[in-house]
Design a protein. Structure first.
Length: 64
């Protein structure tokens, strides 16, 4: 069984990753006009981080 403290840490990390990833994704869209390479890096990184957060939502749902 996971302790209550571990559940809270995972839950906090989930939202940091989801919102941080989406923020990076949107920032990449704004930067796209000026620097294509930087925009691609920001968008790919943001999508990866947001997907990691979504995966942790599933992990958190399986914790007892």
């Amino acid at each position: 069984m996971a302790s209550e403290l571990n559940k809270q840490r995972v839950e906090r990390l989930v939202w940091i990753l989801v919102y941080g990833g989406l923020l990076s994704l949107v920032l990449g869209m704004f930067v796209q006009r000026y620097d294509r390479l930087l925009a691609d890096i920001l968008q790919a990184g943001g999508a990866l981080v947001a997907c990691t957060g979504a995966l942790l939502i599933w992990v958190r749902s399986r914790m007892k």
